[in-house]
Design a protein around this ligand. Structure first.
Ligand SMILES: C=C(C(=O)O)c1ccccc1
Length: 371
């Protein structure tokens, strides 16, 4: 029977166990540049089978929150290299989550203080996080976006390609996770609630999946499918994401992903950080059918599940073959040695949600490991 502590090969990635650290935004990268504390934070957690970095902007246009890191400047890449070197020195594996927020942004973060971009000019009913001149952070309403011209899309595809290449070749990541979840740009194109386009990128399911698949094609042709994963969130309402009929949409998406030889598909079940049984539309999402649609189409990537898992539930889904890995977010914030604690069935530290976003060492690198 497979356990959480058995190794697994996910594409080209040889992973020591089935416990992944989910991508966690921490807003501690001033000027989009990770710090020495980032190096400490990730290396403390390197016993995870796979570390997935916090969302990392592919360009300034793709940045939606203050003090999130980027992959678009030499100083950012050099800082990430220190992180990946430290993780590798501990025997860990780490991929970069490549991220474009689309409409979930604010004019003050955008090039030339312009409008955030989106498939359609529909403002997200959500908030973003800014840090004022006084250094204090606050959540503010997102700005009104503009609809991308069809002619702009190939340029953003190239931004993803360039970021993925830089992540692996310059920053030393073992691969990338394409952030196609949580109501950000790629998810905005997928969903009928956010994509009202009338060109070849809007309307039908095939058209709404087109942009995502162009990005997947570009990144896998650049770094290889075996170093590429993707994160999807079929029913999340995060960042005002909505589609009343997600099953055919996401079954289509994973069917089209199957031929790319991806390292993994990472699925947020339910509402991100919320109820696992959340649903969009009038019927529950069938996650088994979703996984079957990927495997039946020839998809061989590891299946990673996330959202609200504890040790017991994680052991069950891996033992029953419903998932290959389980990703943990908040438990890893508070427990750098989560793998050991699970293995020894030790008590877990409790996360302090007042230090999740922004700030310094407190709540970032000061959680105790078992002695
Ligand atoms: C990258 C994020 C996501 O995927 O939800 C995020 C961004 C800001 C705060 C929390 C999470």
């Amino acid at each position: 029977m497979t356990t959480l502590f058995d190794p697994i090969k996910a594409g080209d990635l040889q992973l020591a166990n089935r416990i992944a650290m989910a991508p966690l935004t921490r807003n501690r990268s001033p000027n989009a540049t990770p710090t020495e504390m980032s190096t400490t934070y990730y290396s403390q957690r390197a016993t995870a089978g796979l570390l997935i970095s916090e969302g990392t902007a592919i360009t300034q246009q793709g940045q939606g929150y203050a003090d999130v890191p980027g992959l678009y400047g030499p100083e950012q890449l050099a800082a990430w290299r220190k992180v990946t070197d430290a993780v590798h020195a501990e025997g860990g594996k780490i991929v970069a989550q490549v991220w474009h927020v689309g409409r979930v942004s604010h004019n003050s973060l955008q090039p030339g203080a312009g409008k955030p971009v989106a498939p359609s000019a529909i403002r997200a009913k959500t908030r973003t996080y800014l840090i004022g001149a006084d250094g204090n952070g606050s959540f503010v309403e997102t700005s009104e976006p503009r609809a991308l011209e069809t002619s702009e899309l190939s340029g953003i595809v190239e931004d993803y390609r360039r970021a993925a290449k830089a992540a692996v070749e310059e920053a030393g990541f073992d691969g990338v996770e394409i952030h196609a979840a949580n109501g950000y740009l790629l998810d905005q194109f997928l969903l009928s609630g956010t994509n009202h386009r009338t060109d070849a990128y809007g309307g039908s399911i095939e058209n709404r999946a087109r942009f995502l698949l162009e990005v997947v094609d570009a990144i896998t042709s650049e770094i290889g499918g075996g170093r590429t994963g993707i994160r999807l969130s079929p029913v999340t309402p995060a960042n005002d994401a909505s589609d009343p009929d997600p099953q055919p949409l996401f079954n289509h998406v994973v069917g089209k992903l199957a031929p790319y030889g991806l390292a993994f598909v990472h699925v947020i079940e339910g509402a991100t950080g919320g109820p696992r049984d959340f649903q969009q539309g009038n019927q529950p999402f069938d996650y088994a059918a979703f996984k079957a649609a990927y495997r039946d189409a020839g998809g061989t990537g590891a299946w990673i599940v996330n959202n609200g898992y504890d040790r017991k539930l994680a052991e069950e889904v891996v033992a029953e073959g419903r998932a290959d890995l389980v990703a943990f977010g908040k438990p890893f914030i508070a427990n750098p040695d989560l793998v050991r604690r699970f293995k020894e069935n030790s008590e877990l530290n409790t996360p302090d949600n007042t230090t999740f976003y922004g700030g310094g060492a407190k709540g970032y690198i000061d959680y105790p490991a078992l002695t």
